[in-house]
Ligand binder design. Structure first.
Ligand code: G4F
Length: 329
């Protein structure tokens, strides 16, 4: 059985990837932080099939010990501070975890188990103030937040360890990917959860920031398959993963509200509190290399994705009302 180590296993991507790898017959080891809140809602259903180990991307010896002890065949680095607005409030923490954390992990692999294949969760946020539309693997980066800057460092250190030491290290440049397990602070879940609460009469309005921002939104279940495919290639290479379709936050609202028979204009209020110091106006992927070389294509459309998320939130809110217990994810 191949062994995969996933950092950030309790997050959205980690939980989908763990399911995917278990189905493929992998043994899955999940790295969690000692200070973790202890809620593992997204992986609760997997806890008897995976092993959790404690380490921290800011603590090199803990990473080294785990790589030395388990010698995983594949390492997926999905951990990090992933919410863009927080990166202006905590730029140093964001850099320590998202940027230097990757160097610590790569060093642990280089020293203790250089045969491991390494996946780095890179992001379309690196394109920031985009230099061209759509963005592909050769589009120059222009990050617009401390988060984006930290991810550019992480991308290049991954490339550097591949070129300096011959590690099988790849960077997956993933565009926004969503699911019913997406955190509620991200705009898709913020909208779909609010739609469900409004439908049940628990909320009267939804306060949002920039409705004109456009993103290339895909389904996380499709994106974790791309991560795995990248590590199965003969040669380590970087790939852009996205749908090739962009929609605005306004369109997201239209699709989500109209699905339950409501008009978003009656509920959405623009609140400058949610504007960012520097915005990324449009992200749109050109995923043709992934299609050609990995045979990867998305299977869920934008509308299907938003409907899936609204359905899941309607069910969650119904349960919350029935039991009186708020859900955590
Ligand atoms: O959902 P978001 O917070 O995602 P964002 O900033 O694009 O980042 C996500 O995708 C990246 C990949 O491109 C990842 F690297 C990153 O970790 C994360 O997963 O915001 C999307 C857009 C932004 O333009 C934002 O300004 O929605 C706009 N927006 C408008 N009102 C809002 C809101 N975003 C949030 N979170 N909350 C609002 O009220």
């Amino acid at each position: 059985m191949p062994l995969a180590l996933i950092t950030g296993i309790s997050g959205q991507d980690g939980s989908y990837l763990a399911e995917f790898l278990l189905d493929k017959g992998y043994e899955v080891l999940g790295l969690i932080r000692h200070t973790s809140h202890g809620y593992h809602e997204r992986i609760r259903h997997l806890l008897d099939r995976i092993q959790l180990v404690k380490a921290d991307l800011t603590d090199f010896p803990s990473l080294l010990r785990i790589i030395e002890k388990y010698k995983p065949d594949e390492v997926y680095n999905l951990a990090g501070q992933t919410f863009v607005p927080v990166s202006w409030e905590q730029p140093i923490l964001t850099g320590d975890v998202n940027a230097l954390g990757v160097t610590r992990l790569l060093e642990a692999i280089r020293i203790a188990h250089p045969k491991a294949r390494f996946y780095q969760a890179s992001t379309s946020e690196m394109f920031g103030k985009v230099r061209e539309i759509p963005q592909n693997e050769n589009t120059p980066f222009y990050p617009r937040s401390p988060y984006g800057v930290s991810k550019v460092y992480a991308h290049w250190i991954t490339v550097n360890y591949r070129e300096s030491y011959g590690l099988f290290a790849v960077s997956g440049i993933l565009f926004n990917h969503e699911s019913p397990r997406r955190g509620r602070q991200f705009v898709t879940r913020k909208v779909t959860y609010a739609v469900a609460r409004i439908k049940y009469g628990l909320q009267k309005e939804l306060r949002l920031g920039n409705l004109d921002a456009k993103r290339d939104w895909g389904y996380t279940g499709d994106y974790v398959r791309a991560m795995w495919l990248m590590l199965q290639q003969d040669e380590p290479e970087d790939f852009v993963i996205g749908t090739g379709e962009a929609h605005s936050v306004r369109e997201l609202c239209e699709v989500a509200f109209s699905y339950v028979g409501l008009d978003y204009r009656d509920y959405v209020v623009v609140d400058p509190k949610f504007f960012r110091p520097a915005e990324v106006d449009i992200l749109l992927a050109d995923p043709s290399k992934a299609k050609r070389k990995l045979g990867w294509e998305p299977t869920v459309s934008f509308e299907e994705l938003i409907h899936m998320m609204v359905d899941a939130d309607l069910e969650r809110v119904r349960r919350e009302i029935e039991t009186g217990v708020p859900t955590r994810v």
